[in-house]
Ligand binder design. Structure first.
Ligand code: UT7
Length: 334
């Protein structure tokens, strides 16, 4: 699905924020309860450690903290927020939406709030939706958040998944921009529902409720066919990044920074190579946090921004991939 070019209003990213829970779980910690090694995890993925939310710390709590920081940076008070979209596959409850809890925790009582479920692609799906709603004039600003408590949906005995994922949240404030300000230049998103079986949480939904009979089978845990997902991830991320670069009228050498989904360093390196962007212009923080699904690109964007790796006028490209299968990309002039 592509952008139309007749948008009335330019839309910029006015602030970013992120939140990571305090507890660190290292590869060495994992070695103690599952048959794995720091060497395997690091060489296959690039991950050294991940964060795990505290008991009683939910997705909404992390989302609200990241959102608060983004609002502060944007100079927007909670009562001015018009729209909150939370992208998550680990909601506090199946209903109501996690965005409703976030609205309450922020005190953003004037905002419309809802969730979207697009796995690791959710933050950029939310960006496209919010951008369009602002450019069409329905809202003047939006708080978009990617937040996950994946630790609640992991089978901690399954070494093929439990070493990969972590908890956290990232956020951005989008608002109507003046012509001289930065803007979201192009967005792209796609889905292939024929490949739902490659990456999913099979239980806990209406297809397979958790019952006393199946409760011990870890059906409400992430299951992934890693090798297959890997191949699709590289191809789809490369294609969608190329599309937004082309639609923005840019060349790869114009890109100051690529901020990709943080699942696997080998995937990131393969994409950088195929896009002909040197690895020093690709932001990586997965060694610290693992794969935080919808939160990953949002946390990376905030860290890159706060570290000074993104400056006013820079062109950046974000690109993501996840269960669905889903993928998305965005090109932004900061
Ligand atoms: O965020 C959503 C998108 N997700 C992704 O993009 C993830 C994409 N996939 C990947 O990143 C990689 O496929 C993985 C990191 C998940 C796996 O890496 P791989 O190089 O594809 O390894 P593999 O699954 O083919 O497993 C290789 C071997 C197997 O043993 P055998 O069959 O060769 O004897 C596994 O049993 O490694 C074994 N293995 C492990 N060994 C130690 C699997 N997990 C582990 C582990 N520790 N944690």
């Amino acid at each position: 699905m592509s952008d139309a070019t007749s948008s009335q209003h330019q839309v910029c990213i006015a602030g970013t924020g992120s939140y990571l829970p305090e507890k660190v779980l290292t590869n060495a910690d994992l070695e103690k309860f599952v048959e794995t090694s720091d060497e395997w995890i690091f060489t296959r993925t690039g991950i050294r450690e991940r964060r795990v939310a505290a008991e009683g710390e939910f997705t909404s709590h992390m989302a609200a903290k990241a959102g608060q920081k983004a609002l502060e940076q944007a100079g927007l008070s909670p009562d001015e927020v018009e729209l909150i979209i939370v992208a998550t596959i680990t909601p506090d409850t199946l209903t109501p939406a996690t965005a409703c809890y976030v609205q309450q925790q922020l005190g953003a009582m004037g905002a419309v709030a809802f969730d979207i479920s697009a796995a690791c692609s959710g933050f950029l799906y939310a960006m496209k939706i919010a951008k369009r709603l602002i450019s069409d004039g329905a809202f003047t600003n939006a708080l978009i958040i990617g937040a996950e408590k994946l630790s609640s949906f992991i089978n901690w005995k399954d070494r093929t998944t439990c070493v990969l994922f972590g908890d956290g949240a990232g956020a951005a404030v989008l608002r109507r921009a003046a012509p001289e300000e930065g803007s979201i230049l192009a967005t792209e998103m796609g889905t292939d529902g024929r490949l739902t079986h490659l990456l999913n949480i099979p239980g806990g939904g209406s297809a397979c409720p958790i019952t006393p009979e199946n409760a011990g089978q870890h059906l409400a845990s992430l299951a992934m066919m890693g090798k297959e997902v890997f191949k699709h991830a590289v191809n789809r991320m490369k294609e969608s990044a190329e599309l937004v670069i082309e639609r923005s009228g840019l060349q790869p050498e114009d890109i100051a920074l690529v901020v990709p989904h943080q699942a696997n360093l080998r995937i990131i390196d393969a994409i950088a190579d195929r896009l002909a962007v040197p690895t020093e212009r690709v932001f990586v923080n997965l060694q610290k946090y693992g794969n935080t699904s919808a939160a990953a690109v949002a946390i990376a964007l905030d860290e890159a921004h706060r570290a000074g790796a993104i400056k006013r006028g820079d062109h950046i490209v974000m690109v993501v991939f996840g269960a669905g299968l889903t993928w998305a990309a965005a090109a932004v002039r900061w």
